[in-house]
Design a protein around this ligand. Sequence first.
Ligand code: SF4
Length: 338
Amino acid sequence: MRNEDKKIPYDKDLVFDVRGLKTYFPIYEGTFKKKKVNDVKAVDNVSFNVRRGETIGVVGESGCGKTTLGRSIMRLTEPTGGEVLYNLNGKMRDIRKFDEKEIFDFRKEVQMVFQDPYSALNPMRKIYDSFAEPLKAHGIETKEDLLMVMEDRLRRVNLRPEFIYRYPHEFSGGQRQRLCIARALAVSPDVVILDEPVSALDVSIQAQVINLLQAIQKELDLTYIFIAHDLSVVEYISDRIMVMYLGHIVEYADSEVLNKNPAHPYTKALLSAVPIPVVGRESKRIVLEGDVPSPIHKPSGCPFHNRCPQYLGDICKEKVPEFKDLGGGHKVACHIYD
Ligand code: SF4
């Protein structure tokens, strides 16, 4: 047993336990770009966990670090600091310490669906070839077995099995995203990270894809990490939601609690922009002043202080708010609750 395994209590329902994750991108200057002058702090000290079978939503404006967060916990982008513990073969291990074999097993168990279904599929290759590559890498070799798996996955996303002999340009945006979902399912993962899976699609198609994702999750007992900028979509599919701002998590709560009782001023502003589907009822829109600050030069104290409608003065400008537990797993980082 490795030392790190001894220290970490095992919880069979825990899939990910992320502790103080940081992902920074260094900025270099000088003639040979050798002098490091600063960092883009895309993900800054983020902690959360993911339990088996749940959907955890990550929401925030573009540029808040949510995609980098997804890529960091897949190790597609190398984290700078912190730990990303993953339950591999019954042991919580830091993915940054995985050897090659463990990374290979991890990538089979955790798959990712990307935002843009147009660039996710190679236009020069038939769907069969795009699907065959990961399957062969994971030991499914014979044409008979390959076809059996591919046809099963296409049926699960409501596409016809013969589509595997076509090229990506022969499909609509919604069909392509369903193909990407089918390909992610090909190697029978336990966890799927969905990065803005519906934002490139028409509104009418978005609902179909979301409903399909929910049905597949139930059938295959999957765990989802669902990343999106649209809070109404995230709320609809998620059990728990984390709200991100400028690389930090500012609030987490159960989906229903967040909807009925948002605590952070930023969450309140996001929620106020969600249309209420009741005739005659309108929500009072909270319009945030100013632009999102640069993740290179973050504001001191609370990262939201220069846009916050409930700004409390010096304390917000000078002191980073810590998380307060409001009960029932609802946590918020804001001085209002000190
Ligand atoms: Fe607003 Fe202050 Fe709360 Fe930050 S800590 S969200 S600035 S009230």
